[in-house]
Design a protein around this ligand. Structure first.
Ligand SMILES: [Zn+2]
Ligand SMILES: [Zn+2]
Length: 198
């Protein structure tokens, strides 16, 4: 005669959320995890720590690589933005040009770092392209305004050249739609190049 087995089975809870009952375990380390903590992977559900550990093995970029990526993306986008701003081509041509240029800048940064992968490579590449591009636009606007001031001063027969007003530079950059479109698109395509690297 057997007694109805009382629930000897112990209730188990998520290791991160002790108030959530679960029997789901990470298939690598065995830790208990709730639905929110479980990450679906091609090889089954895993905990966030194991997923991150796996990714860390996959990412082999050094801090040095990040510096190189930032430098390459900022410098090349800056030069491109300066040229786009200086020649002032049609917006449609700027849009068409920005796609391969963005891809090429991303590719150059990938090659410069031996195609090593970093967790933040794409973000750093994008941010550097954005900042470098805007800086290229600012440098162009500054030098253009300075030249115009020089011409005006010479025509007035004056010697002292006044400093370039910063708000004029900012206005020139903000109103340079071609520049902004170029920098925005290059940033996007540099970022994408890193995200879908081959
Ligand atoms: Zn795990
Ligand atoms: Zn949880």
């Amino acid at each position: 005669m057997s007694m109805p087995a009382p629930t000897t089975e112990e209730l188990t809870f998520c290791e991160v959320h002790p108030d959530r009952e679960t029997s789901l375990r990470c298939n690598k380390c065995g830790r208990l995890m709730c639905v929110e903590c479980a990450v679906p992977t091609p090889v089954g559900y895993r905990c966030k720590q194991c997923v991150r550990q796996h990714e860390d093995k996959f990412f082999n970029a050094s801090p040095n690589d990040y510096a190189i990526i930032a430098a390459v993306c900022a410098a090349l986008t800056g030069v491109g933005a300066f040229i786009i701003s200086a020649i002032g081509i049609w917006l449609i041509l700027t849009i068409i040009a920005a796609i391969p240029i963005g891809g090429a800048i991303g590719e150059a940064a990938l090659r410069a770092t031996g195609r090593r992968r970093g967790r933040y490579s794409a973000q750093i590449a994008g941010a550097a392209a954005l900042l470098g591009g805007l800086l290229g636009g600012v440098i162009h606007a500054y030098s253009a305004i300075q030249q115009a001031l020089n011409v005006a001063i010479t025509q007035l027969g004056q010697q002292a050249v006044p400093p370039v007003p910063i708000e004029m530079v900012v206005n020139a950059v903000v109103q340079d739609i071609g520049l902004l479109v170029f920098v925005g698109m290059v940033t996007f395509f540099v970022y994408s190049r890193f995200k879908m690297r081959g």
